[in-house]
Ligand binder design. Structure first.
Ligand code: APR
Ligand code: PHB
Length: 380
């Protein structure tokens, strides 16, 4: 088999890249380790920046998102028993759209299949060679070879593409956090109009949503917390305790899904080596507090697609991505450490967090800075 761009991984990065190339008449083959069902049902984040929304729409895969996505013009920061609104649209002219990553992936897979273009699920034993852009893999119990002009490594944090770059070429930066999020999907109308990020002495909580009937809520737990220790009643009790206000209460509903995810910050650079280009989680991870993971993945493939389509400038791909990546790394780290109960934190740390929260919710310039970062208006 031969193609122009061999894409490893059918997450948002790989699938969006495939779509952008298709629109420009460039051939690609997408190879995915898991089955379609698995890819379409992984519950992930759900905040799309305006730039992400525009790109999906322009690529012709935004129809359902336009109909079902929920536009928000702000977020709430809650601390010290009070909820403060950050009016992002008023401050930056930009909105965010609530639409699950899972839904984005479903739309992209459907579009790829509709176009009749190659997307192979359940491939095994994938080996990539950055020198030759040759990919070996097993599909339907048969050994296959895919010869490409370039390879796009969109295979997530645990993929095979990044490890195919020699260790002495790749510089990595990493921070692991002692805490993680226990997330639930509940069948109940969201109790709040916009997202609530809550700082609390018991730990962080986040109130988000997926639709007018589905709420997505999170509580901070230890990164290796056993979900079995969290029966539904305990989760609700903790959500209530961390988010309640004198005149406001969270509505409960049946929990449809729950799970714990750890958190890390990670960057590998350069994001390219010979004929291999990394994009999305394969190259970088952010903790979810800034809602940047998916948006960064889309931003990478936008840059990669533009350079592949123009047929020039691939050398500058990594540098072009990394400026935005590092901005998002800082913002996500900052939001995370401002809002979570820190593992070895003491009363001094907590006072610093509260002071910072008071500052970002009262100073016009600090509030604007947070809003610009949150909506992705940081074109450095
Ligand atoms: N061969 C083929 N596919 C692979 C391999 C492999 N060896 N290893 C992993 N994959 C697949 C995974 O099964 C997954 O479907 O690559 C895909 C990577 O997708 P994501 O992990 O979703 O990564 P990405 O597309 O970069 O999207 C980043 O996902 O994790 C969230 O918060 C993150 O929102 C961000 C987004
Ligand atoms: C989500 O809805 O899953 C979500 C929202 C905001 C975040 C992280 C996750 O910062």
């Amino acid at each position: 088999m031969r193609t122009q761009v061999g894409i490893v991984g059918a997450g948002p990065a790989g699938l969006t890249l495939a779509r952008l190339l298709e629109v420009a008449g460039i051939e690609s083959v997408v190879l995915e380790a898991r089955d379609r069902e698995y890819c379409e049902h992984r519950v992930r984040a759900g905040v799309l920046e305006q730039g992400t929304v525009d790109l999906l729409r322009e690529a012709g895969v935004g129809e359902r998102m336009e109909r079902e996505g929920i536009v928000h013009g702000g977020i709430h920061l809650q601390f010290d028993g009070e909820r403060h609104h950050v009016p992002m649209h008023e401050l930056t002219g930009r909105n965010i759209v609530i639409y699950g990553q899972t839904e984005v992936v479903k739309d992209l897979i459907a579009a790829r299949i509709e176009s009749g273009l190659p997307l192979l699920f359940e491939v095994g034993d994938v080996r990539v060679d950055p020198d030759t852009a040759r990919i070996e893999f097993v599909h339907d119990a048969e050994q296959q070879v895919l010869e490409c002009d370039v390879i796009a490594g969109c295979d997530g944090f645990h993929g095979v593409c990044r490890p195919s770059i020699p260790a002495d070429v790749l510089e990595t930066f990493e921070r692991e956090y002692a805490f993680g999020w226990l997330g639930i999907l509940a069948q109940v109308a969201p109790s709040m109009d916009e997202l609530v990020y809550a700082h609390n002495t018991r730990g962080f909580a986040l109130l988000s949503l997926r639709s007018p009937e589905l709420s997505r809520y999170y509580v901070q737990v230890r990164h290796d917390e056993d979900i079995a220790a969290w029966p539904d009643e305990r989760i609700w009790e903790e959500l209530h305790a961390r988010t309640e206000l004198d005149d406001w209460q969270l509505e409960e509903g049946p929990i449809l899904e729950k799970g714990v995810t750890g958190m890390r910050s990670f960057v590998a650079q350069p994001m390219q080596y010979k004929k291999l280009y990394l994009a999305g989680d394969a190259a970088h991870i952010v903790p979810p507090t800034g809602a940047k993971g998916l948006n960064l993945a889309i931003s990478d493939v936008r840059i990669l697609a533009e350079r592949l389509i123009e047929g020039s400038g691939l050398d500058g791909y990594s540098d072009a991505c990394l400026r935005r990546v590092w901005r998002a790394e800082h913002f996500s780290y900052w939001m995370t450490t401002m809002l979570h109960k820190l593992e070895d934190g003491d009363a001094f740390d907590e006072q610093l967090q509260l002071s910072q929260l008071r500052y970002v919710t009262s100073s016009q310039s600090a509030k604007t800075s947070l809003a610009e970062n949150y909506v992705g208006l940081t074109t450095l």
